[in-house]
Design a protein. Sequence first.
Lengths: 344, 329
Amino acid sequence: MILRELCDAIGVSSGEDAVRDLIYTHIRDYVEAVRVDALGNLLAVRRGTGAVDLRVMAAAHMDEVGLIVVGYDSDGLLRFRAVGGIDARILPGTRVLVGPERIPGVVAWAPIHLNSSEDTVSIERLRIDIGVSSRDAAQNAVERGELIAFDSRLVELGPTVRGKALDDRAGCASLIALIQGEPFPFDLHVAFTVQEEVGLRGARVAAQAIKPDVAFVLETTACHDLPEDPDEPDQTTITRLGGGPAITVVDRSMVSDPRLVRFLAQTGEREGIPFQFRSPQHAGGTDAGAIHLTRGGVPSAVVANPCRYLHGPASVMNLSDFENQSRLLRAAWMALTPAVLERD
Amino acid sequence: MEALITKLAEAWGPSGFEHQVRDLIRAEVEPLADEVWVDALGNLICRLGEGPLRVMSAAHMDEIGVIVSHIDRQGFARFSNLGGVLPASLLGARVRFENGTIAPVGVEHQFSKRNEIPRLEGFFLDLPADSGVRPGDPGAFVSEALWQGERVIAKSLDNRLGCAVQIEALRRLREQGTPHTLFFAFTVQEEIGRRGAQTGAFALEPDFGIAIDITPAGDAPKASPSAITLGGGAAIKVRDTRHIVPGWVRDLMIARAEEAGIPYQLDVMMLGATDGASIQLARAGVPTGGISIPARQVHTRSETALRGDIVAAVDLLAAVLANPIERPT
């Protein structure tokens, strides 16, 4: 299961190497012009049949949110900060792996009998315990600047999977599946990008190099569908698990091209592939936010897997949503022509 | 020009969904420009002349609006903002959708909260039955444009006034001629981050840029600190929060205004920014200025401006574009 391999690999933003190597092994027999660019994006071309003359870019980000070591206490605890958007309230008690040696640790927190209910969690007050008892021992084990990942492996829970880094290894896995399938009518320029979680950085330079006519981003997006409020059944859900892949209309980073939103929705309806619209709450942004503003502008769209408890060690994603992400994009790309982008 | 401003201000075009405004403007500019096209993100570009200097003038077509995020079982819609929607401006407002549906804006606990302004989450759209409106549908505020003496009161004077100013300047320059290659860009998505101007300026590769927009006047009771007055003439941008106009660009605009006796004032804008902020950063950089029209009640359904200031902005833009543009050595 490629998804399991990808999610269990560690690739906190700027340290995506292991994920990139893994993706490369799965796509190398299907692509040409493979290269790793200056920032670390993996770029390649899946040759098409040539029936359609369009420069199409597809992107999924390889990086995951994590932590970074910033210092030591005299008792050997590690100080750290977040890499990407992490809610400090989920951290106390969380198991982590520190640095390239994957040193196991746990996020320290006062035991419950010393804790008062007024305490709020700030990342500055949290520490990581790697089991050493002096600053020297901590310094010998771990360098400042080393990245820290959640210690969590993918497990199956009925129709769902639970794991870290589904955002966006699920998108990477879908893009791999799309590359491994039948060729499309056009050359597909794929970018597995770095540093999305810290500011859409890899995608910006990837798009500048690729110069696409149109771009599709395969993402994983927040889902807040539990608990269900009987009075307001889904007011703040963003997406619903099992409702199909989510098409973004608006987020903080982009207004999706309405022509592409319409085209994707029509494709889903025609092919009987479930989909939903991500509710426009303005929270969140994706690589498309950077891609659509490159050079003279790139009409762009996002198709995302709904995922509960995003940016944590135990995100939950529905497998049929995940499978329908690549089905929807395959059907759409098979039907994509320049006419979709014509204006009235 | 009154009829043009009325038509443009009443048109429907929230950020990212500007096509109806673009169609109206396109009909106006087709007979005037040498070439007209729509670029990848939806900016409408008009070229006039073919001189050696490439000059881009930009006015954004989009207006602030809302987008439906959720419709509950009773049919009430919750929404998110497109651009800087002021919660206080929502009380009693109406929103129109592209399919023609008009929904009044309601607020939770209407009377118990009368001394406070709820956040956006406290408001909802009172949709009629079977409206056809779905989550993801964008809406724009409804407001009739009124002319009263020298004043115009309307929604979306930000920035349909800028669009009208560009159209009138284009009309004049078509007659008078220009020594430059002029690109009038009617841009998309300014209110959500000056996005259309960013890609438009990359594609046009201008040597010189101008942004035409409105600027909030500082002469109403307890207005934000600004020396801009309604009736004080065209506002020549000195700086805003994302753009410091090169001194020679500002001085060139002042010189054109003084030569022609055009009323002007200097605009030191302490809040917000315009398309000029994006244009100046395109490619290797573009010397960029701004001409703005003073307005009150900005980002409400009753934005207010004066005819004399609008005319001054047209006069100044046409004067700048009809004359040589040279950086002093």
